[in-house]
Ligand binder design. Structure first.
Ligand code: ADP
Ligand code: MG
Length: 345
């Protein structure tokens, strides 16, 4: 098993190398954008131009959506919070804001893109991480309210109603970018590709031999090993977990996914949530939302919809896989104490 595990973890990479002919070596690029390492691999012949175009699209969106880039449209919106100015935005930015607002309503109290002041209070934005004082946290929490983000899709404009409010698209931007990069690759005729936009793995089509991509879900307690392996075709697997960005203070661990009800890192009994969907942006937004919501609410919500599947890893070492994945998943962590169960509708 020990020898087999590294294989599982490299599966994403090996998926291409196991294709039948030598010319199946992918064209690939690795780059840093949206504050994370990204990679794009295209297995169709002559994929270099497609890769460059997809990368440029991701970098364009990073410039447009980043809160830390003073020239982005989101920075413009944030800088006018509370002064009544309606800010004109590109249609795609207005649509994304509107989508993010709608996610806040799906599971109230779990997802809110106006969480930015709280991220700042914890020092996640400037890499000066610390537990905020009760007063600083209360001040920041008084600014979290996505209902005070007014979006008018018809005129592609938005405003923040309260001074000090700020939008942070960290929980949805990579999924949005995955959807756009996917579209660009397809415009170039790509039918076989893998994108990894920092925890959002998108499979385009299948391997060149027609079989499904095999994508490993990381073990949140041992990220160099796999929790399970999923068969994917034309889907994104988006993972949110407390292990991605965190710090320790006085023996306690604090991570970067905040419960908007408390202002503290979410503590819902989950170590990670992976959402699998053909809607890349939905997958990204829901992985964050359901990580805050916890296992019971996540499964109830899954039962109310038919547009995504889940892999939940709980603090008590259970891996819950929803039934739509049953035929295409392989457990990989029994030797590390995980038990696997299928959730049914
Ligand atoms: P990652 O960005 O590490 O892949 P997520 O997609 O779960 O993970 O997004 C986490 C980011 O989303 C945080 O860095 C922060 O910018 C923002 N965020 C944190 N908590 C929330 C929340 N409850 N609702 C919306 N956005 C959040
Ligand atoms: Mg997310």
């Amino acid at each position: 098993m020990k020898r087999f595990l590294p294989f599982l973890c490299c599966l994403l990479f090996l998926a291409g190398c196991t294709a039948p002919s030598a010319d199946a070596e992918p064209a690939q690029v690795q780059f840093f954008s949206m504050d994370t390492v990204m990679s794009i691999r295209v297995y169709n012949e002559g994929g270099e131009d497609a890769i460059q175009a997809a990368r440029q699209e991701v970098e364009r969106l990073d410039k447009l959506l980043s809160r830390t880039n003073p020239d982005s449209q989101i920075s413009l919106l944030n800088s006018h919070a509370g002064d009544g100015t309606l800010i004109s935005l590109d249609a795609e930015v207005a649509d994304l804001l509107s989508f993010a607002k709608s996610v806040s309503q799906l599971l109230p109290g779990c997802f809110d893109i106006t969480i930015a002041p709280v991220m700042d209070a914890w020092g996640f934005t400037k890499e000066e991480r610390h537990v905020p004082s009760a007063e600083a946290l209360a001040d920041a929490m008084s600014l979290v309210n996505s209902e005070a983000l007014i979006v008018d899709e018809a005129s592609s404009s938005a405003r923040l109603e309260q001074a000090g409010m700020e939008v942070d698209l960290g929980a949805v931007a990579k999924g949005f970018a995955a959807g756009r990069a996917d579209a660009v690759l397809r415009e170039y005729g790509v039918t076989s590709a893998l994108l990894d936009l920092g925890g959002n793995v998108t499979a385009i089509g299948s391997k060149l031999d027609g079989s499904a991509w095999q994508v490993a879900v990381k073990d949140p307690q041992n990220t160099s090993e796999a929790l399970c392996v999923l068969s994917l075709e034309d889907q994104t697997a988006s993972t949110s977990g407390g292990y991605e960005r965190y710090f320790e203070e006085n023996g306690q661990t604090y991570h970067h996914i905040i419960d908007p009800k408390t202002g503290y890192p979410a503590d819902s009994g989950l170590l990670s949530v992976t959402v699998i969907s053909s809607d890349h942006m939905l997958a990204d937004a829901l992985s964050t939302t359901l990580f805050v919501a916890g296992p019971e609410e996540a499964l109830d919500f899954w039962r109310s919809r038919d547009d995504f599947e889940l892999v939940l890893c709980t603090e008590d070492n259970r891996v819950i896989v929803t039934e739509g994945l049953e035929a295409g998943y392989r457990p990989a962590g029994e030797d590390r104490g995980y038990t696997y169960e299928i959730a049914r509708r």
